[in-house]
Design a protein around this ligand. Structure first.
Ligand code: NAP
Length: 296
């Protein structure tokens, strides 16, 4: 299946097709591990009644089912306390049958998100949010990497985007997207600039970029004339417009006229996030099995 639509001005990067490829890889790896008696298992913790979170969790559980990864959901009421969440995460951390723990964010108001996430052991941190995993990425020895930036790297690889020596601009510096994204690009030998809400002359920074990754949560913020002709543009943004439709952080039609390749929203980065979660779960299961088998 082609992952690029070559009929448009910019090549459209087909995240659905690339995610399907990752799913197929995961399915094959899971089948091989199962035949050796190891079933990768993801525990999902959902607290509260945020409808979007419930949909995300449902999609993750379905993706597990489709690839043979076992999933166990723990659904808790909005009244759940930090202490109760930590007790659950501690139980999952100690359970040898659970290889990955995903705490769906946001947690209910009043819960201490950092305290809960800190209880997920780095080896089971399939979201890659734990400071130990971010630190490993920062020193260039990544273990479990945050799913969305990992998915962006796969999109760049699948579209043969040169990164060695390339100028890359990451728009946004959040813990879950912008920061790990910048570190991954740096580890791939790109020259990386990180822009954020205090950046001066932001358009000028973008105009120098061979690769742009936009992750700010501002609908259609990135303009066409900010993009250097031939640049690759990855739009992580997922913004719900008043009419209910989704759009990215990039002005798609305008940027399409300038870029070499561009991700659509939806159908670009979104499908990759779940695909990389599955991939991380398999990686975690394999690493834990190896550690257990090692003589002490
Ligand atoms: P976030 O935590 O709100 O961080 C937003 C970042 O953008 C911050 O670093 C902020 O700068 C920066 N920013 C905001 N307005 C800006 C502006 N006008 N100019 C320059 N920088 C600006 O958001 P996030 O969690 O990283 O998510 C970003 C977007 O990606 C959202 O649309 C989210 O829905 C989407 N997302 C998609 C996926 C997926 O699977 N496709 C996954 C995760 C997130 P400061 O640090 O200075 O405040």
């Amino acid at each position: 299946m082609s992952t690029i639509d070559r009929h448009s001005t910019a090549q459209l990067i087909d995240g659905k097709a690339i995610a399907a490829k990752v799913h197929a890889e995961v399915r094959a790896e899971v089948a091989a591990l199962r035949s050796q008696g190891l079933t990768p298992c993801l525990a999902v913790v959902l607290a509260g009644d945020d409808p979007a979170s419930a949909i995300y969790v449902r999609n993750k559980v379905r993706a597990c089912e489709a690839t043979g990864v076992q999933s166990v959901s723990h659904v808790l009421p909005a009244t759940t306390t930090t202490r109760e969440l930590i007790a659950l995460v501690d139980r999952l951390a100690a359970d040898p049958a659970v290889h990955g723990i995903l705490v769906q964010l946001p947690l209910p108001p009043g819960c201490d998100t950092d305290a809960v996430l800190a209880c997920v052991p780095p080896a089971k941190d399939v979201d890659g949010f734990h400071p130990a995993n971010l630190g490993a990425l920062a020193i260039g020895t990544p273990a479990l990497v945050a799913c969305t930036p990992a998915g962006v790297m796969r999109l760049l690889a699948e579209t043969d985007t040169p990164l060695d020596g390339a100028r890359a601009v990451v728009l946004g510096r959040s813990r879950i997207v912008g920061r790990p994204m910048a570190l991954l690009l740096l580890n791939a030998n790109a020259t990386v600039t990180v822009c954020h809400s205090r950046t001066r002359a932001l358009a000028d920074e973008l105009r120098r970029a061979d690769v742009v990754v936009a992750a700010i949560g501002r609908p259609r913020f990135v303009q066409g004339d900010w993009i250097r002709p031939g640049a690759t543009v990855i739009d992580v943004g997922m913004n719900r417009l008043p009419d209910g439709t989704l759009c990215g952080d990039v002005d798609f039609d305008a940027v399409r006229a300038h870029a070499r390749a561009l991700t659509p929203v939806p159908g670009g980065v979104g499908p990759m996030t779940i695909a990389m979660l599955l991939s991380n779960t398999v990686r975690a299961a394999r690493a834990q099995a190896t550690t257990e088998a090692r003589p002490r």
